[in-house]
Design a protein around this ligand. Sequence first.
Ligand SMILES: Nc1ncnc2c1ncn2[C@@H]1O[C@H](COP(=O)(O)OP(=O)(O)O)[C@@H](O)[C@H]1O
Ligand SMILES: [Mg+2]
Length: 377
Amino acid sequence: MWGVVVERKKIRLAVLFGGRSGEHEVSLMSAASVIEAADKSKYEIIPIGIDKSGRWLIGGDPMAHLSNGALMLNTPQSTQASTLISEVMLPLAPSREGTLCLEGRVIDVVFPVLHGTYGEDGTVQGLLEMVNVPYVGAGVAGSAVGMDKALMKSLFRDAGLPILDFVVMKSKDLDNDPDACVRRVENRLGYPCFVKPANGGSSVGVSKVNQRDGLLPALELAAHYDTKIVIEAAAVEAREIEVSVLGNDNPTASVPGEIIPSREFYDYGAKYKDANSQLIIPARLSAECTRRLREMALTAFQACEASGLARVDFFVHRSSEAIWLNEINTMPGFTSVSMYPKLWEATGLSYSALIDRLVELALERFAEKSRLKTSYE
Ligand SMILES: Nc1ncnc2c1ncn2[C@@H]1O[C@H](COP(=O)(O)OP(=O)(O)O)[C@@H](O)[C@H]1O
Ligand SMILES: [Mg+2]
C-alpha cells in the first residue's frame, strides 16, 4: 500500500463530513476548513458527505449539496455524471486491493471530520477497521469511551485524575421512581449541579440546575437525548481551560487556552450562535498550573486510549487554580478558528502542518497494526 502511495505521489485523502448527529453543521464547517487548507501538492482530496439520513455521497460537490440542502443524485440517465453526486454503497469487506476502494479509486487515508454520534463514537471507526483503511483519530474503543461521559469519568478516576463527583442513572430509573432519582442527586451532590446526556456533545441537552424544582425537567430533557444520564457537581468560580493533544503512543500537549463563554455556561448558543464567546491563547495561568494541565491532558489521552488527536477540557478555580478534568473530545471542532488547531498554532504548528501530522499518525498506526498476526501459527 505504501508503494502505491509513493507511485501516485499524492496521498488520496477521503474527507468525511456531515453525518447523522446533532453536530452535522459543525462537521460541515470543520471539513470545509480541512479541505481548503490541506496541501494540494500532497493530497488528492475525495470529499464524502454523509447526509442526515446516513447516505454517503460522493462525486460532484457534496459539501455544497449538504450545505444548501439541494441534493441532485446521479442517475444512469444523467449526462454530466462528473458534476453530479452519487450515493456510495459501502463495501463491508476490503476490496481486491485489500483496502477501501470507492468508484475504482483506492483510498489511502480517511479523515472522519465527524462530530458526535455515528462519527466520534467508534461506529464509523469500526466500519473503517472492517474495510482495512487507515484513518485519522482515535480507534473504536478510544472513540467510544471519549463519547460516553460516564465511562470516560471512570477511566479518569482510575488514572488518578481530579474529576467532579457524579451520579449516573438510566432514563428508565427516572420513569420508575423520579423521587428516588432526585434523592440520589441531592444526597450525593446537592445544588448547583449539571445534568447531561451521557453521550452527547455541543452542550445539547446539558442543563445547569440551581435548585430542586429545576432537577426533574433537566433530567427529562437529558433523557430525550440518551438513555443514560450523568449528573455532576458544578465547578464553581471556575474558568474553562482546554489543551490540545497530538500523537499516538508518545503524544504531546499544546499550550492551554481559555474559553470565556458569552452566557452563563458554554451552551450550544454560546458555542455556535453568538460570536461573543472569546478564546484566550495562551491562557493566563501560573507556570505551575500550565505544566500540570499539560501533564494531565496527556494522562487523560492515554487513559482513554485516544490516538491522533484530542482536546482535553478542564475547569480551573479562579483563585486557587485547583484543577478538575471535565472531558475529552476525540474529534474536536476543527475549523481553522477552532480551539484545537488554534492551540497548535500558538505552540508552533500551523493548520496545514497539523493536517500533515494527523495523516502521518494515521498511517503509522495502521502500519503498526498491520504487522500484528490475526491467526494462530
Ligand atoms: N460540572 C460543571 N461545572 C461547571 N460548568 C459545567 C459543568 N459541566 C458542564 N459545564 C458547562 O457546560 C458546558 C458543556 O458541558 P460539557 O460536559 O463540556 O458537554 P459537551 O460534551 O456537550 O461539550 C461546559 O463547557 C461548561 O460551560
Ligand atoms: Mg464540552
